[in-house]
Design a protein around this ligand. Sequence first.
Ligand SMILES: Nc1ncnc2c1ncn2[C@@H]1O[C@H](COP(=O)(O)OP(=O)(O)OP(=O)(O)O)[C@@H](O)[C@H]1O
Ligand SMILES: [Mg+2]
Length: 236
Amino acid sequence: MTRVLVRSVALEKTFGEGELATPVLKGISVEVAAGELVLLMGPSGSGKTTLISVLAGLLRPTAGHVELCGAPISDLHEADVTRVRRRHLGFVFQSYNLFPALTALDNIAEVLKLKGLAARDARARATRALTDVGLGDRLHHRPGQLSGGQKQRVAIARALAGDPALILGDEVTAALDTHTALHVLAILRAQVNAERGILLVTHDKRLEQFADRVIEIEDGQISRVTPGGARTGAAA
Ligand SMILES: Nc1ncnc2c1ncn2[C@@H]1O[C@H](COP(=O)(O)OP(=O)(O)OP(=O)(O)O)[C@@H](O)[C@H]1O
Ligand SMILES: [Mg+2]
């Protein structure tokens, strides 16, 4: 049976109160299962970042339910939500979020040490993750010495090093040229397996070829769900 990694039911999120109340998510029910790469698309301001933040447990929903890797995070205390997130989630952002003073290897190893790994194990795992994204020859480069695509691959390696079941990304290719964006997506696609799924927010239509499903949201509601190119067999 397919394992659902994240599920929301009738999710609502309103920012502010009273006259200033802004409803942003208006009843969103989505699922992402292991083995699939799902794109979340929609106009600017439609609620995409808000949705993945609620799915990740970074924001509390106003109403509705979120289950993340089997845990009912919308009902859990903050500390428990954090534990679930640390254990099961990997994040990748548009802006890479790397420490400029640290090498690619240390950017990953330091995070793994914070998760409790011994220094030697952290460095071994960081080396493996960087090798997996094709950066085995850039271990000791600092972010300033890497291209945009390489920096994003370091960020992906950092997310992968924690062996997350679910990877969430927000506009991971927005700062990259076409060739590099497609390369980065191919790397992410290769990380989807029977235990792992990926949900990416994007404006980029070129990424549809890598997706199993494309969920479109408009004004806080799902407007359309279509199969992506990975499902229909559309050529790259
Ligand atoms: N903390 C907040 N307080 C009040 N309003 C917010 C807050 N965060 C987001 N919003 C509002 O929620 C709406 C959706 O924002 P969100 O960032 O989710 O959009 P998005 O789909 O990710 O847009 P983009 O494609 O531009 O990144 C926007 O109108 C925004 O102003
Ligand atoms: Mg956004």
